[in-house]
Design a protein around this ligand. Structure first.
Ligand code: SF4
Length: 180
């Protein structure tokens, strides 16, 4: 071991003795992502029967506050988690894209239920066969409707994804408005 390394180690030991457990060192990325994962601001875009299960999820029994995502916002400009709940028709598609584009970055999209994810059993001329044909999606939760536990599992997955992300992943930029 060189003299410089030895001095470095001694200095570290000295600091540890003086500061003890009174400070916590972390990386800026990690602390910001940790804060983000516990402070989602939801914008629910609810169009169909999955909305009933969404209401149950938002109630006290499942307590979304535990995951820092209980507060729905009434403007997409104040939200960073777009919760798309229910069947999306082609007529609604430009509105969904506009809402996504109005949200602040970084932002995430949650596909709630099989209709949102793939059109479900509405394989017809009027239905969007998956919102990922319109906007980027971060988490897909299947089910018709999904049980609240499945949605909570999806939220936990999203939290893990947020922790893996880097600042350089943002901004993603606007999603294009697609016409049928
Ligand atoms: S997935 Fe099922 S419950 Fe949800 S919107 Fe579609 S039909 Fe309704």
């Amino acid at each position: 071991m060189g003299m410089t390394e030895e001095r470095g180690e001694k200095a570290e030991e000295g600091l540890e003795r003086i500061l003890g457990n009174s400070i916590l060192l972390t990386k800026l990325d990690a602390i910001i992502d940790w804060g983000r994962k516990y402070s989602f601001f939801l914008y629910p875009f609810v169009t169909a029967c999955c909305g009933m299960e969404f209401m149950s999820l938002a109630g006290p029994r499942y307590d979304l506050d535990r995951f820092g995502s209980a507060l729905p916002r009434f403007s997409p400009r104040q939200a960073d988690l777009l919760m798309v709940v229910g069947t999306i028709s082609h007529k609604q598609a430009p509105i969904l894209v506009k809402i996504y584009n109005q949200m602040t970055e970084p932002k995430w999209v949650f596909s709630f239920g099989v209709c949102t994810t793939s059109g479900g059993f509405y394989d017809n001329y009027a239905t969007v066969l998956g919102i990922d044909t319109l906007i980027p999606v971060d988490v897909y939760v299947p089910g018709c409707p999904p049980r609240p536990e499945m949605v909570i599992d999806g939220l936990l997955l999203l939290q893990k994804k947020v922790m893996r992300e880097k600042w350089s992943d943002w901004p993603r930029g606007p999603a294009p408005v697609t016409k049928k």
